[in-house]
Write a protein that binds this ligand. Structure first.
Ligand code: VAH
Length: 312
């Protein structure tokens, strides 16, 4: 059985639905600190769970005969800057809980998300390579860089089969934006439909690596289904996708909504965005487990606007 921890978050929600579709609703247990949307809650088993509580996770693993865990619970970049110690403890304690369950052979496979936030101002900004200088300047980025080091350590020292992806900014319409710096690119679609205008908290030429959620979910399932010997990187894989600025995404939205207007009021999140790369080289993911993204800015924009309209 599969357990998703943080199943009601931005990735967790869509990952749970995709895994239930693939394996059957009863094979995938969703868990989170709070309940999720109707589609998620009505489609299969749910457990309330604090990801920092080892015993609580162990009870669920034993009770439901779980053998694979996707740990999707985390505090994202902008929120973690407001609550550094809470962010650090949530992101790290939850990872140690799951890695130790695997070390003790109570589960056999782990997925853990990293992020382009592991890169910092001294990292090469364009086509950022898999192995490079990484001096993250955010609590979230530090926790993800440390988490990668521990995943690789548990794999090398204890044979834990943990797999990880450095997600770019993810764009989706099924869940509201959740405290991420890249979430301007989610909010902009909601505001374009509701108000035909958006004030971006990042400046117009801030290019960031991004990906439509459908691609990210496909990548997650793909890396987990690859044979263990194909996974040569046990810290975390770069995952490229598209790269755009607020000005560029606004221009594509205008193609669909001609009267859409954007203006710019950078806030504290500008400094976070400026510390991250603008595009990512994911050659290793392409070579090791045949990764290839499908959505570009145009097809993502159509999917986002149609998706939001279908929910309203
Ligand atoms: C954030 N969406 O903005 C997340 C992600 C690369 C960005 O880690 O914090």
């Amino acid at each position: 059985k599969i357990l998703i921890i943080g199943a009601c978050g931005q990735i967790g929600t869509e990952l749970t639905l995709a895994l239930r579709k693939k394996h059957g609703n009863q094979q995938v247990i969703a868990s989170d600190i709070r309940e999720g949307n109707e589609e998620l809650m009505n489609s299969g088993p749910f457990e309330t769970l604090d990801a920092t509580n080892y015993k609580a996770i162990e009870d669920i693993v034993l009770h439901h005969e779980v053998n694979e865990v996707y740990l999707m619970a985390a505090m994202l970049s902008a929120t973690a800057e407001k609550f550094p110690m809470r962010g650090w403890h949530l992101n790290m304690d939850s990872l140690f809980n799951v890695l130790n369950l695997a070390k003790d052979k109570k589960i056999t496979k782990v997925f853990w998300p990293s992020s382009i936030a592991v890169f910092g101002p001294s990292t090469p900004k364009t086509n950022t390579p898999q192995t490079t200088v990484m001096e993250p300047t955010t609590v979230y980025g530090i926790s993800k860089q440390t988490g990668e080091r521990w995943c690789e350590y548990y794999h090398n020292k204890y044979g834990v089969d943990v797999r990880s992806i450095r997600y770019p900014g993810l764009i989706s319409y099924k869940t509201p934006p959740g405290g991420g710096t890249t979430d301007y690119a989610v909010e902009i679609y909601h505001k374009a439909l509701e108000e035909k205008a958006y004030t971006s908290f990042l400046s117009k030429n801030t290019a960031l690596p991004m990906m439509f959620m459908d691609d990210a979910i496909r990548a997650t399932i793909s890396i987990m289904e690859a044979p263990a010997e194909a996974i040569k990187i046990r810290s975390s894989y770069n995952l490229g996708g598209i790269s755009f600025t607020p000005e560029e995404i606004a221009a594509v939205i205008k193609n669909e909504i001609p009267e859409f207007k954007i203006d710019y009021a950078p806030d504290f999140r500008q400094e976070i965005a400026d510390s991250w790369p603008s595009s990512i080289d994911d050659t290793e993911a392409q070579n090791d487990w045949n990764w290839k993204h499908e959505f570009d800015l145009n097809t993502m924009t159509k999917a986002m606007l149609n998706g939001l309209k279908s929910l309203s």
